[in-house]
Design a protein around this ligand. Structure first.
Ligand code: ADP
Ligand code: MG
Length: 703
């Protein structure tokens, strides 16, 4: 039997020649392996780029990553054994390595054969220290790294004797994962694999715990095995329809088939920003009316309402508008065109108070209301007269506007108490359902009521909404015939209690018309985010772990978007994902994003991703970007990126203390996302049949 020290000495392959904090140079012994090492138990490639070496010290050993292998001439050969001084040493080529320090492999506890990798190096080696090859067990400890919750095996490390590479789902999903790489490099398979393997492992663990009696057995056998997980996949290419069918997935499509349901994102779910972005409403004139209309229609108001409701609606709207002007500070009411807009608003308030004053006094409804309107009217007139020169207004000041604001507010409360209309608590963004078909008319009537050119301003908006409702493809999604309640929507898209309807929801966006795509993605992800926020609020601060998966993330979170109105939907979409990236973690909402164009992604989102799985990346702009994500001295590892085969990737970041090259586990064909390349050749030569029938296609098109 060999002692540990003897075992160690058989693994010595060289000595340290120079040491700097970023890099060590190592001279290999003349008898160190040339390309295959036989001294490490089983044959193993050595030396090899991105392979590991150890430099033992009293703590354990410094781990280094080989970044360069070469031959340099040396004046003296490095010979072992007794030196024969009778011989003349000729200049001799020696093999050298450059090594990047990775961390320290420490012996854990007393157990001499178990190790743990720690980031950072406290004791640097010195010149002349021996350099060893790691044993298999040491290699595995390096790759398997620290952390005891590495529960899910995702693949093997080919550079470390095929040690298993596993991840901790808490880490990988808890702080956002980015999967980057060219098309065909295996991103979608990795996404599908990581989700599947995590769910399978969780299921196994749950079953074991129940068998051991740690968990109570609940429900039927099938139910009790189901894991309480939530994955929501936004799938712009429609690749994932069949991928998770065996573990319980719900698939939503624009044109449903046997395995999928109709995608429904009713327009009443949208908040005022999403409505604004979709209808390209301009921020000054159209958005306030749009918000007011949304609030009104959600409250169930209609144009033929009794006078008190109308009063409240009109003056509440003005109250909000004026409030937002005051909120902007001087920019809202001084300088051109702000002071002009502010003046026009005051004139509108004046006209409305005059109009309703007349109406209230003729009808003789209430004398307090009459007084209120009269005061408001007088105040407005006074302010307008003080600030008006011919057609133009001078700058306003805050106290003056605040005064009118208070006047409106006290008038509103008088009406509210007297007519005993409680404030419904519903606002323009509340997910209260309404009949979308009625909306354009309501909006039009409201604009007419507001006066001041609002009706003409709002025409374009109304036209867009009418077009949307007229288009059959839009219609099914945004105004479905069998409308569902908000609760039902949450249950089917985010998942039921205990994930009874399966842990995965696939939202196939492939046939969503392009002008709607961003709005739909924004609405779904915003609701998911707000849902987990509310869950936490109502459940004593406990989160509901949920993962939002963004395939082809560059579609949703583009870095550069032209800032015009036609792109306001994509800006809205990017904003919500940036918000989720920043704040999702607090509420247990993790992001997994996959993209082939990392340099096109929003830097805010990318910088919030803490774990990266890098597949083959050829483009140099993208390579440059990812190289900025790793610590400087590890950049060398990434030089392998352009040559990675499909299904291999480098994992690094929060879930993996050191970058490791993994060969992902094989996914069986039927469990892969469908993205196979089109079969040109076989179709050309007739090995595969393709019947072509234009009339059917044309028919389908025309419908
Ligand atoms: N883990 C894996 N298991 C099995 N096949 C894989 C795996 N990773 C990649 N592949 C192969 O690579 C091909 C392209 O992978 P895919 O995930 O569609 O790439 P991407 O999403 O990056 O375009 C797949 O069709 C599959 O044949
Ligand atoms: Mg893909």
């Amino acid at each position: 039997m060999t002692t540990p020290i003897e075992g160690l000495s058989s693994l010595v392959v060289g000595t340290v020649e120079s040491v700097s904090p970023r890099e060590f140079k190592v001279i290999l012994d003349a008898d160190a392996p040339q390309s295959t090492a036989m001294n490490a138990g089983i044959p193993r490639g050595f030396p090899r780029i991105n392979g590991y070496i150890l430099i033992p010290n009293e703590q354990g050993a410094v781990v280094g990553l080989i970044s360069w292998i070469g031959i340099e001439r040396s004046l003296y050969p490095k010979r072992t054994g007794l030196k024969d001084f009778g011989l003349i040493d000729l200049p001799f080529p020696t093999r050298k390595l450059s090594v990047v320090p990775l961390g320290t492999l420490c012996r854990s506890n007393e157990n001499i054969e178990s190790y743990e990798l720690r980031r950072g190096i406290s004791i640097f080696p010195s010149v002349g220290d021996k350099v060893c090859m790691p044993t298999i067990r040491q290699l595995r400890s390096i790759v398997e790294a620290s952390g005891n919750n590495k529960r899910v095996v995702i693949g093997k490390a080919p550079l470390a004797e095929n040690a298993l590479v596993s991840i901790d789902p808490d880490k990988i999903f808890g702080r956002h994962l980015a999967i980057l790489g060219n098309t065909g490099s295996g991103k979608s398979c990795s996404v599908a694999g990581i989700i599947r393997w995590s769910l399978e492992e969780a299921k196994k663990d749950r079953k074991e715990s129940m068998e051991l009696g740690i968990l109570p057995v609940s429900g039927t056998d099938q139910q009790s095995e189901d894991v309480n997980a939530r994955f929501i996949i936004l799938d712009p290419n429609g690749e994932y329809s069949n991928t998770f069918s065996d573990i319980g997935s719900r698939v939503f499509k624009v044109q449903p088939d046997v395995i999928s349901e109709q995608l429904k994102v009713p327009a009443w779910l949208w908040n005022s920003h999403e409505w604004g972005a979709f209808s390209r409403a301009s921020s000054q004139v159209q958005r306030p009316i749009l918000s007011q209309a949304l609030k009104g229609i959600r409250e169930g108001l209609s144009i033929s309402d009794p006078i008190e409701r109308r009063l409240i609606r009109v003056f509440k709207g003005r109250f909000l508008q004026l409030g937002s002007i005051i909120g902007q500070g001087p920019a809202g009411y001084s300088g051109f065109p702000a002071r002009q807009n502010c003046g026009l608003l005051l004139e509108n308030i004046f006209k409305e108070s005059e109009h309703y004053f007349l109406m209230v006094s003729t009808l003789g409804v209430s004398s307090t209301w009459e007084t209120g309107l009269n005061t408001l009217k007088g105040k407005c007139r006074e302010v307008i007269d003080n600030h008006k020169r011919k057609e133009y207004f001078n700058d306003f000041s805050e106290p003056v506007l605040t005064h009118i604001h208070q006047e409106i507010s006290s008038f509103l409360s008088v009406v509210q108490t007297e007519a005993s209309i409680p404030d419904s608590g519903v606002d323009a963004d509340s997910p209260v359902s309404f009949n979308i078909g009625d909306f354009p008319e309501y909006l039009e009537a409201l604009a007419a009521e507001a006066g001041g050119g609002a009706a003409t301003n709002i025409q374009y908006l109304i036209m867009r909404i009418r077009t949307m409702l007229g288009d059959r493809r839009f219609n099914q999604v945004v105004a479905p015939e069998n409308d569902l309640t908000f609760e039902e929507w949450l249950e089917s898209y985010i998942g039921k209690d205990q994930a009874q309807n399966g842990p995965v929801a696939v939202i196939d966006l492939s046939l969503v018309p392009s002008d709607l795509l961003h709005v739909i993605a924004a609405v779904i992800s915003r609701i998911v985010f707000e849902a987990v926020q509310r869950y936490k609020k109502l459940n004593e601060g406990k989160e509901l772990p949920t993962v939002l998966v963004l395939e082809e993330a560059h579609t949703f979170i583009k870095r550069d978007i032209a800032d015009d109105q036609s792109s306001s939907a994509s800006i809205e979409c990017r904003k919500i994902f940036e918000k989720i990236a920043r704040e999702g973690r607090k509420f247990g909402l993790g992001l997994v994003l996959s993209s082939q164009r990392p340099s096109d992604l929003s830097p805010t989102v990318l910088s919030q991703c803490n774990t990266f799985l890098l597949h083959r990346i050829v483009n140099d702009r993208d390579q440059e970007l990812v190289s900025k994500l790793v610590p400087d001295n590890l950049g060398g590892l990434l030089s392998e990126l352009p040559s990675l085969p499909a299904g291999e990737a480098i994992i690094m970041g929060w879930a993996s203390p050191i970058p490791v090259l993994v060969k992902m586990k094989e996914l069986p064909l039927e469990k892969r996302p469908e993205s196979s390349d089109p079969d040109y050749w076989n179709v050309w030569v007739g090995l595969e049949e393709r019947k072509l029938d234009w009339p059917t296609i044309a028919d389908d098109w025309r419908q």
